[in-house]
Write a protein that binds this ligand. Structure first.
Ligand code: FMN
Length: 359
């Protein structure tokens, strides 16, 4: 099942394995270089079913928080992405761009405008730490428009779709989280209202791209600010978080976990991706230490290859539809082929050196 073709909306994927989005900080001036092109091409050639790109900064003045992250707001950046897309497609791959707004991870002094502070729902970057700018309605409107414009740009470049990065404590997750969203307007005050920002973004994107273009959302319970934080403690609450954006026109949801084998809610052994699929009926991607023998807490910690029987079993039982693989694919671009052929012993183990080289 895992290695068999899968249809995601209008595209036929050659298997159910996605490359997880991974920031590489190797695109000076926001422009993907030829090395970035080759990096993605290597994985498309080695049979990765769907490539989800590293986070691409949405074209908003406060989206950036890290150096050399790719963007979409210059012709050179878009030309760079076109090379990435064309090379992936020339190897029968499919590719989705992850759109990212860093929210409260931005600090004064950062590029592109050092005077622009981090933007968050209520000025909080974590519970109790109010050092960012609390977004006004105009800021929200501008941000929503930026997503719609960038999604259209992605469609024009030739991407098969986009994924909205709504996970890990960044802007959208800052709105989702009761610990950082203290708003009392349309965008806060209840669990449903904390989802309103992303629902607005999905609606705006849907009206700017064609019906065939894939629009997905990545979300997580965990945050970099707090691994134990949760948006929902019951399936009923989870429905309030992801139901509204799903109804606004999502095509898939990517449920980010640190350990995909862990149970999400008390009284059931199923994970977050299972519940996401059950609640929304949408195609769901499961992620978090797939094919590795240790969990995703510290990305610099080494991890050895392990088998993927649990993922295969879950997909066969239709608990979720795809798996995303991060570090294992950084360490070995031929991971898919080797796993398909049952050559676990040939897979290169993950070490932190993989973070620094773009191979
Ligand atoms: C170097 C690195 C960069 C990452 N960058 C992103 C990112 O840009 N967007 C995102 O949603 N997740 C990002 N993540 C998280 C991964 O997508 C994935 O969820 C995580 O690595 C767990 O999967 P794994 O255990 O298969 O590596 C990153 C992870 C790593 C290791």
């Amino acid at each position: 099942m895992l290695f068999d073709p899968y249809k995601l909306k209008n595209i036929s994927l050659r298997n159910r394995i996605a490359m997880a989005p991974m920031t590489r900080n190797q695109s000076p001036g926001g422009i993907p270089t030829n090395e970035v092109v080759s990096y993605y091409e290597r994985r498309a050639k080695a049979e990765v079913g769907l490539i989800i790109t590293e986070g691409v900064e949405v074209s908003h003045k406060a989206s950036s928080a890290y150096p050399n992250v790719p963007r979409l707001d210059t012709e050179n950046a878009r030309d760079g992405w076109k090379k990435v897309v064309d090379s992936i497609k020339s190897h029968n791959g499919a590719v989705i761009a992850q759109l990212w707004h860093c929210g409260g991870f931005r600090k004064l002094g950062m590029d592109p405008d050092p005077l622009v502070p981090g933007h968050t729902a209520s000025g909080l970057v974590r519970p109790g730490k109010r050092v960012a700018h609390a977004m006004t309605s105009d800021d929200i409107k501008e941000t929503v428009e930026a997503y719609a414009i960038d999604a259209k740009r992605c469609e024009e470049i030739g991407f098969n779709g986009i994924e909205i990065h709504g996970a890990h404590g960044y802007l959208i997750d800052n709105f989702f989280w009761s610990g950082t969203n203290e708003r009392e307007d349309f965008y806060g005050g209840s669990i449903e209202k904390r989802s309103q920002l992303v629902t607005d973004i999905v609606k705006a994107i849907r009206s700017s791209v064609s019906d065939d273009f894939i629009v997905g959302l990545r979300f997580s319970q965990w945050k970099q600010q707090d691994y134990e934080a949760r948006l929902a403690s019951t399936p009923e609450d989870l429905e309030k978080v992801i139901g509204p954006p799903a109804d606004a026109g999502l095509d898939f949801i990517h449920s980010s976990m640190r350990r995909f084998w862990e149970s999400e809610f008390e009284g059931s052994k199923e994970n977050l991706a299972y519940w996401t699929k059950k609640i929304t009926g949408l195609p769901t991607i499961s992620v978090g230490s797939v094919g590795l023998d240790s969990d995703f807490i510290d990305m610099t910690a080494p991890a050895s290859p392990s088998n993927i029987d649990k993922a295969i079993e879950d997909i066969t039982k239709e608990k979720y539809d795809m798996v995303a693989v991060g570090r294992a694919l950084l360490a070995d671009h031929e991971w898919v082929i080797k796993m398909k052929e049952g050559r676990v012993g040939d897979v290169n183990p993950y070490t932190k050196e993989a973070l620094f080289k773009l191979y």
